[in-house]
Design a protein around this ligand. Structure first.
Ligand code: ADP
Length: 303
């Protein structure tokens, strides 16, 4: 790097003539005064140019600060809205649990054990949904803060799906739904365990949520080298082509709405797609309103 030069070094012709000539006594000669005036003028114009540059830089910095201020204000407003929406989403399962606990108390007084079991199941299911929502919120905040560790390992797909089906037993029982898988034991994927669990859990939870009483949900997989393609298929309410475009919305604020008039759209599918992509796969939906939906995603096979 070149050493920094002073103004006088950059402009040798303007180097202090006063000092330069003081040895021979020509300081006050008309020539010397002329040079000094020229020097002052040049210095002044250099200073003016520099001031001008600084002012322009200052303006640019002001614009940048203003832009950042607006961005921060937007983030704060978005977070406030997001928190209120989440509070709304959390409130409803807690209200259910609270209500059910009151009814349980009545059942105890009446000795109605059959009803008691039913209410306990409803309360448990509500708590499970809330846990799922909280897990999704945590997973989402981690991805936003780049904290989510991506740690791909060898995963047995049949084992993983089997475990998630087991955890959904209660919700399935409450709706009298049939939930099963036909994944061969030999199917191994190379993926992050937490993310894979989250993807399957969300797709199963949705399938249960949007399938009518007595419906069917099947999970299957096939090899599509070098991937394994997994399908979670239900015969529930289905999704219109228009809604299929919106459900993977990346913006959680657009995806979630606590308003009474707008159907709540949580973080689930957005997270699923993000996790599938992070693992090197793709996720899509095939659905017909009234007939059911198939959520299909790929994960790399474990070689
Ligand atoms: P949430 O289920 O909390 O609304 P998701 O992101 O998981 O959030 O799903 C977004 C939307 O996609 C749902 O609100 C629903 O309209 C639609 N959806 C998801 N899965 C299914 C499904 N299996 N059948 C019908 N609609 C579904």
């Amino acid at each position: 790097m070149e050493p920094k030069q002073s103004f006088f070094q950059k402009n040798p012709s303007l180097h202090r003539p006063v000092n330069g000539n003081s040895m021979n006594g020509a300081v006050n000669s008309p020539d010397a005064r002329g040079i000094t005036v020229a020097y002052s003028k040049a210095l002044k114009s250099q200073i003016m140019i520099r001031l001008d540059e600084l002012e322009k830089q200052n303006e640019k910095l002001k614009d940048i600060i203003e832009q950042h201020k607006n961005e921060i204000a937007d983030i704060i407003a978005a977070n406030k809205k997001y928190i209120s929406v989440l509070a709304h989403d959390l409130k409803s399962p807690f209200s259910t649990i609270y209500g059910v606990l009151g009814m349980l108390k009545d059942c105890i007084h009446e000795g109605n054990y059959e009803k008691m079991e039913e209410y306990i199941d409803i309360a448990s299911s509500s708590s499970l949904n809330t846990t799922n929502l909280i897990e999704n919120i945590l997973a989402w905040t981690q991805t936003q803060r780049f904290e989510k560790q991506f740690n791909p390992t060898r995963i047995s797909l049949a084992k993983l799906v089997g475990q998630e089906i087991e955890s959904s037993k209660l919700a399935v029982k409450l709706k009298n739904i049939s939930l099963s898988h036909s994944i061969p034991q030999r199917f191994m994927v190379r993926a992050d365990l937490h993310m894979s669990k989250s993807i399957i859990r969300n797709l199963i939870t949705n399938a249960i949520k949007f399938t009518n009483q007595g419906g069917n949900i099947t999970i299957s997989a096939k090899e599509v080298n070098p991937f394994i393609e997994i399908m979670v298929k239900d015969d529930g309410i289905g999704i219109s082509p228009k809604d299929q475009q919106k459900i993977f919305n990346k913006d959680p604020l657009k995806a979630v709405s606590g308003s009474k008039n707008v159907k709540s759209k949580g973080l689930g599918l957005m997270l699923c797609r993000e996790f599938v992509i992070l693992n090197g796969g793709i996720l899509w939906v095939e659905s017909q309103p009234g007939k059911g939906s198939s959520f299909i995603f790929t994960l790399p096979s474990y070689e």
